[in-house]
Design a protein around this ligand. Structure first.
Ligand SMILES: Nc1ncnc2c1ncn2[C@@H]1O[C@H](COP(=O)(O)OP(=O)(O)O)[C@@H](O)[C@H]1O
Ligand SMILES: [Mg+2]
Length: 234
């Protein structure tokens, strides 16, 4: 669905991703793994039109994304939850969601919010609370919920479980599973390789901006060299 072909990309004059080629399949749950600094976030940003592209292409089905503005890329149905989320901490949960839902036509907004509170019951209970007062896990759920409100066909999530207590991380993984079952194509960067490999379909492992492994989650778990060498899992 998203095809990255011979992509070299980075920041300013700095090349981070080196001649990277990979493809994210439609309706699959793909994980992007690799050590810190390997270029995982850079790949997400490249897809969203947020960094310098030196060469190569990124296509959504047959449409070239390189050269498009981030907002136009979002409008093609790609929602992005960056590592540092864009939430208005002084506004309540409900106000944040009301801003998010404005992307939809007026007559669909109420339904979308009702559905959202079914999918994320915790946000229903926190409606009046200021977003800045939410726990880490609730804050992360709010960011995912806002991205989901735009009715995306593809969601890019950068380290959705980072910094969360294990039980809360489990809630996040369960939500991802549910989004995947709704048919949303998921592309998720994770530090917790072992955890996500139990949930996702496919894995890509980067190191120093290059693709080191590309295969099913099962194949990744069984590939000792990848697991021990690049993922630090023992
Ligand atoms: N805004 C930036 N300007 C310059 N270099 C950056 C910037 N952001 C990240 N980098 C560098 O790009 C490399 C890859 O970073 P990143 O994609 O964030 O890695 P990961 O998400 O895999 O931890 C790192 O060496 C990092 O220092
Ligand atoms: Mg990162």
């Amino acid at each position: 669905m998203i095809t990255v072909d011979h992509l070299t990309a980075g920041y300013g004059k700095l090349e981070i991703l080196q001649d990277l080629s990979l493809a994210f399949a439609a309706e699959q749950f793909s994980a992007v793994l690799g050590p810190n600094g390997s270029g995982k976030s850079t790949l997400m940003k490249a897809i969203m039109g947020l960094n310098t592209i030196f060469s190569g292409s990124i296509t959504l089905r047959t449409r070239e994304l390189i050269g498009m503005q981030t907002e136009a890329i979002s409008k093609l149905g790609i929602a992005y939850v960056p590592q540092r989320e864009n939430i208005f901490t002084e506004l309540s949960v409900l106000e944040n969601l009301q801003l998010g839902v404005r992307i939809l036509p007026r007559d669909q907004r109420e339904n979308a919010l009702n559905e959202l509170f079914e999918l994320f019951p915790i946000l229903g209970r926190r409606k009046p609370q200021k977003a800045g007062q939410l726990s880490g896990g609730e804050h992360r759920m709010l960011a995912i919920a806002i991205a989901w409100l735009s009715r995306p066909t593809i969601m890019l999530l950068d380290e959705p479980s980072a910094g969360l207590a294990p039980a809360i991380a489990t809630d996040v993984f369960n939500i991802l599973k549910e989004l995947s079952q709704q048919g949303i194509t998921l592309i998720v960067v994770e530090q917790n390789a072992r955890r996500i490999l139990q949930h996702c379909d496919y894995a890509f492992v980067l190191r120093e901006g290059r693709l080191m492994f590309d295969g099913s989650a099962q194949a990744c778990l069984e590939d000792e060299e990848t697991i021990k060498g690049y993922l630090g899992v023992h």
